[in-house]
Design a binder for this molecule. Structure first.
Ligand code: 4IA
Length: 415
């Protein structure tokens, strides 16, 4: 049993920190391989411990229920992003890279950068990509079904986004290894200073150099998202050309590894729950819902932090100003207080209201693009394959923020 109650005395490695008497304290380390391997029992324990829990492993507050995660996501003025959305507090520690103009800022500065991305990734733009993305997904599904057995991570979940996203962005250079390594690094860097974060930062240099170079105006092909961000700067639409470079970096950081793990989650769910794959085959219009439910069920982006800007009471616990608060998006998405039969993957469920794309002012700006990629890939698989079966050892990939697999061997029967 990991949960105890604070006696209201000095506690934890922070030293000198006096916790409110009676608040739940847990020694669970949500950034350990043990936790990543099977987070669900520990997440249930954190939800059941109370609305807010002190995590002694890293000296911070955490919320794991859907209700409190929503409160934190909806109150950017109290729970800010400007001091970083990882464990590192930018008010005390120098960030590993220049902060993101959208992710690691608060209104009103945030909104200026966000409105540029809103336009570049608008529903109309995403709609215009549907036909070409669907054709690519179908081509890939046909080739994989022909092959019969394949690794659904390296040959599907990575291959499809890599086939459509860098091109839509307008990258001149192919650099799949840099793109995935850079994103993996950034998502590890949100975590605490554990081995995953240390190794990621130690090996970062070549990937950072490559990505930084791709963000420059002259390296982005006309018509892509990147060029459009630079054109917005040139037209004087609220951002400078230096800021345009950083906004392209945001798309490169957030736009690929997330959809890789989202699509991987969908295939993993459909392979584990054949009745759900059969339901999808019987009604292909469920493809979008099957992807959405996989985002809820697996939550590719597991956690994010905020920092309190003032003393605040949440769930009956008083937090000081300048405290890090960890939001368990994955735990909120499986909270039985919110979801009937929360641990069941159900393509017919109304998964709306999940926090897998965040919520509030920072909600995912690329979510329509992510849904398009997920929907067309799931639909293509359901059209081409009669069944998807796990046919070898499933290997998990460990990351401080992303939940996903390293290998998913599957065998498919042609439909
Ligand atoms: C950025 C939350 C995650 C998908 C994300 C990561 C990085 C950035 C934005 C979002 O670099 O702006």
């Amino acid at each position: 049993m990991h949960v105890t109650r604070s006696p209201g005395e000095v506690s934890g490695p922070a030293g000198g920190k006096v916790l409110p008497p009676g608040c739940p304290v847990s020694d669970i380390d949500p950034f350990s391989n043990e936790f990543f391997a099977d987070p669900f029992p520990a997440q249930a324990e954190l939800r059941d411990a109370g609305p807010v829990v002190w995590l002694s492993a890293w000296s911070l507050w955490a919320v794991a229920r859907h209700a409190e995660v929503s409160i934190v996501l909806n109150d950017w003025a109290t729970f800010c992003s400007g001091r970083g959305v990882g464990l590192s507090d930018f008010a005390r520690e120098k960030p590993w890279r220049q902060p993101s103009l959208v992710l690691e800022t608060d209104p009103p500065e945030h909104d200026r950068a966000r409105s540029v991305l809103n336009r570049v990734l608008s529903p109309a733009v995403v709609k215009g990509l549907r036909e070409s993305f669907a054709a690519k997904a179908d081509e890939l599904a046909a080739a994989l079904v022909e092959k019969g057995s394949f690794d659904a991570v390296s040959e599907l979940a990575e291959t499809f986004p890599l086939a459509v996203f860098p091109q839509a962005l307008g990258l001149r250079e192919e650099g799949p290894e840099h793109l995935l390594a850079y994103a993996g690094l950034a998502f590890n860097a949100f975590g605490p200073p554990n081995e995953l974060r240390r190794v990621a930062l130690e090996t970062a240099a070549p990937h950072v150099a490559w990505v930084t170079d791709q963000c420059r105006r002259e390296n982005l092909l006309p018509g892509g998202f990147g060029a459009q961000i630079h054109e917005a700067a040139e037209r004087g639409e609220g951002i400078t050309s230096e800021e345009a470079v950083l906004l392209v970096r945001s798309l490169l950081t957030a736009g690929l590894d997330t959809t890789v793990n989202g699509i991987g989650a969908a295939v993993y769910c459909l392979a584990r729950f054949p009745d759900q794959f059969a339901a999808l085959r019987a009604d292909p219009s469920l493809a979008r819902a099957a992807f959405e439910e996989a985002i809820r069920y697996e939550s590719p982006v597991q956690t994010f932090f905020r920092t309190t800007t003032r003393p605040v009471s949440i769930g009956g616990v008083s937090l000081d100003e300048g405290e890090k608060v960890l939001m368990f998006l994955g735990a909120a998405n499986r909270d039985p207080r919110h979801w009937p039969d929360a641990d069941r993957y159900d393509v017919r469920r109304r998964a709306a209201g999940h926090v897998g794309f965040g919520w509030g002012v920072h909600n995912c700006v690329g979510q329509m693009l992510a849904r398009l990629e997920g929907e067309v890939m799931v639909a293509a698989l359901a059209r081409r394959a009669a069944s998807v079966e796990i046919s070898g050892p499933v290997v998990r990939r460990y990351n401080n923020t992303l939940r996903g697999l390293e290998r998913l061997p599957v065998t498919v029967r042609p439909g």
